[in-house]
Design a protein around this ligand. Sequence first.
Ligand code: SAM
Length: 305
Amino acid sequence: MQNSDYHIPVMLEEALHGLSIRPDGTYVDVTFGGGGHSRAILERLDSEGRLLAFDQDTDAIANTLEDSRFTLINENFRYLRSFLRLQGVRKVDGILADLGVSSHQFDVAERGFSTRLDGELDLRMDRRNEVSGREVVNSLSEDDLARLLKLYGELPNSRQMAKAIVKARGEKAIVTTSDLKEAVSRHLPRGMENKYLAMLFQALRIEVNGELEALKEMLQQACEVLVPGGRLVVISYHSLEDRLVKNFMRGGNFEGEVEKDFYGNVLSPMRMVSHGAVQASEEEVLRNNRARSARLRVAEKVMVK
Ligand SMILES: C[S@@+](CC[C@H](N)C(=O)[O-])C[C@H]1O[C@@H](n2cnc3c(N)ncnc32)[C@H](O)[C@@H]1O
């Protein structure tokens, strides 16, 4: 498989610029995927440089890079610090996170991520985990489902959708993406069917993979392992992620509080480098539609914790 079939890297130049790479530095790509960003980082490192990458999906291992400066870790990035330690790495010069799922994960029907394809409602990025989309839709209470669809999918009719799912599964378990689409079909507003389905699948995916908790844990550990002046570059694809990233980069917490000293200086372990989120150019969006919703933010570590 060509790597561009697996995934086309989004905002590659902008990410490299944000990392401000030192050729002899140690870098981490916490979302390896098809390895597009990793390959470009390696090209900018000299023989002293080192790149470690994480991906929780075993499919990504096939894309590994044959280079003695490179290490691929098939684990969740929420264990960033521990797995870096296992590799003898305590401090790094830069970290890149290109969040969400790869095109490959979307394009394989049986992974269950695509609203267009019929396949088992799996939705796990890491298939070693026990809970898949099937368990979530067939076992949560109507209240919990409604809460999840509202919180993670921002669905205006989350209650109706949850009710429809509970009714459908009372007749027959929801096993495939088509079963789920059929269950909610009457609650998809005309002309907005795809949008609502995307929001529904997004909500379930976030829950199945514990995406927001993993992101928070990774950001906190990223801040701990970065050297002062080290860069953190994060590309997000929906507002829930982007809000956490923005708050953390600004104030070092997820609530959006910015602590200041007596003189009004911001007290935060991170300093925003990019002002506002960087978006993909029109030309890139034309070439790669996945870049449409991407928001890239860059921060720098300002002090040792
Ligand atoms: C958008 S893709 C990254 C694509 C990559 N930048 C490239 O150029 O090919 C996101 C990848 O991160 C992985 N991923 C997402 N969340 C993760 C997590 N918590 N831990 C480890 N890997 C994760 C997914 O399995 C997926 O392969």
